[in-house]
Design a protein around this ligand. Sequence first.
Ligand SMILES: Nc1ncnc2c1ncn2[C@@H]1O[C@H](COP(=O)(O)OP(=O)(O)OP(=O)(O)O)[C@@H](O)[C@H]1O
Length: 651
Amino acid sequence: MPSATDLNSSTVASAWADNMPLIIETSHQRSQRYGLRPESPADYGPLARSELSLLIERNRLLHAHAVPAMETLYQQIVNTHNMVILTDSTGVIVHTLGDDDFLEKANRVALQPGVAWSEASKGTNAIGTAIAEKSPTLVHADQHYLSANHFLTCSAAPITDHLGNVVGVLDVSGDQRSFHKHTMALVRMSALMIENQLFAATFEDAITLHFHTRPEFIGTLMEGIASFSPGGRFLAANRNGLFQLGLPFTALQSHTFSSLFGLPVSALYDHYRTAAPGLLNLCMHNGVRVYGRAQLRLANGALRQSLTDEHPSVANTPQPAAISSQAAAHNRRLSGLRYLRTGDPQLELVLDKVTRVLGRDIPIMIMGETGTGKELLAQAIHNDSPRAMSPFVAVNCASIPETLIESELFGYEDGAFTGARKKGAVGKILQANGGTLFLDEIGDMPFSLQARLLRVLQERMVTPLGSDKSIPVNVELICATNHNLRERMARGQFREDLYYRLNGLVVKLPPLRERTDLETVVKKILATESDGGRYQVSAEILTLFRQHRWPGNFRQLTNLLRTAIVMAGDETDIGLRHMPDDFLDDITHDQPQQQEANTERLLAHGANLEEMEQSVILKSLEAHGGNVSATARALGVSRNTIYRKLPHLKH
Ligand SMILES: Nc1ncnc2c1ncn2[C@@H]1O[C@H](COP(=O)(O)OP(=O)(O)OP(=O)(O)O)[C@@H](O)[C@H]1O
């Protein structure tokens, strides 16, 4: 006997589903045409094990980006007799997550990997109908064409690529008595999250802009994302991006970064050459002001060459050749080794050592705590080396999911797996050809890939996935780590042969608390952050800075000064009153009590476990200057866990 609540939810479900009777009706007609009858026994035969592995392999990119979102979604519906399902573009189930009791029931109607849920095999159902209609679809109880599926309520949303092609479906299916009106919204949000991640992974050699009229929405599902060629030609935008730009895709194809956002790409490039760039303040083609954060995933060489392909008719765009040399000069001035010399003796020694090996084909290993400027040093070494006019390609081995590192580094051939771009992709190693490859957090390189990397370094040949051809490659290598690699070797996590191949010259960057040039460093950051030398810190603040431990090093100091400048406004002297509260808390060693108070406040507001976890992570992130590695270490979890819990961090 269904309970009163069950009847209620069932009524709501029917009302909800009544909004699209036409979709259901049309789908039932299609089901009939497929030769199915409501009482037909469905074809439940799953794929053979080998075919299933092939299916997962073909949908590797989709699978890798969808699984974290599926886990988060599952946390929201756990113990509600529901399951989360991912299918490929044809409706064949690739992955499922669910409550044990419901899984048993679901297995009876074959809601399991390898089984096809297209309309042709199962008649009207949320997955198949979402694919047919290319839109989010709820199919409730007897709206399913086959009677065998009437006990189900299913909410599915298609996952599309940047061209609007369906590449998969995300679905929540459960006992129809467990229908909840918010499920569809959750599914749609999760599908959007997956789409955004796939979008970000699609364009490798591109400028990707994350934008919104409100700065706090950048990095959330509401943000617009648009990609441009290295020269600024429009490539694609995600759903929210298209909505904010207010133009159809076909019209956008004749646009450039500068015609859409009123800024030449060279200016964007300059902005990101500064030591600690803030949010961009942009004016769109329709006069609407937006904030933005861009990722310039391209090499110096690519940028120079591509600056010539920007739309020639765009007003105020300087001549390409001029931009190119200006940008290169700016880049060298701001990012050369000289720019890093601020008087600290430990650092001077490091800079002297690296200067001696410039252009000598000696691999450099940079050690140092998080935020000490390892990447900045690597870029400066490259900029001062004879390879300066060739690409500098940085790969953070800790932030790429383990399953994707291989294709990111080595690239893949046409059709190595679907979900990937048709023409294959050039891996980072080949992108760096002729220039410098910077492998950040090398200690996190999966063990299985270390042997492959070593082979590339020794043989100077790279073989993309799915290819049997080796391509010669010539890169200067710089690695960075904040792990003790010797300890990792002793624990069998890091290959000894690779270690000795990588550490030609080992240098260690001093942490901020040991540096004797703090005053100069602070002045330099204030000047960069405020477009000139208008601001200065009080003697009191400088004393506090000298006593502070700076767990996030430069990253933390830069963020702190950026906030203080905003707080100071028209005042030019930065004092204690302009410091963020968490810094003052740190100084007074008040953190444990603060954390407790926070937890109590959250509990009082009825926060769930997930929100509490997010709050703890955010707090710890703040304390570590926004550094994910340090936060993960402090909390004793992996970086991937942090990205999974706070997916917007990836942007
Ligand atoms: N000497 C410096 N002067 C000004 N800002 C700096 C300096 N060194 C680093 N920064 C700034 O600090 C931040 C962190 O620097 P970077 O990414 O190079 O550190 P990292 O050691 O590679 O960090 P992680 O280990 O976390 O990857 C960047 O925003 C960078 O611009």
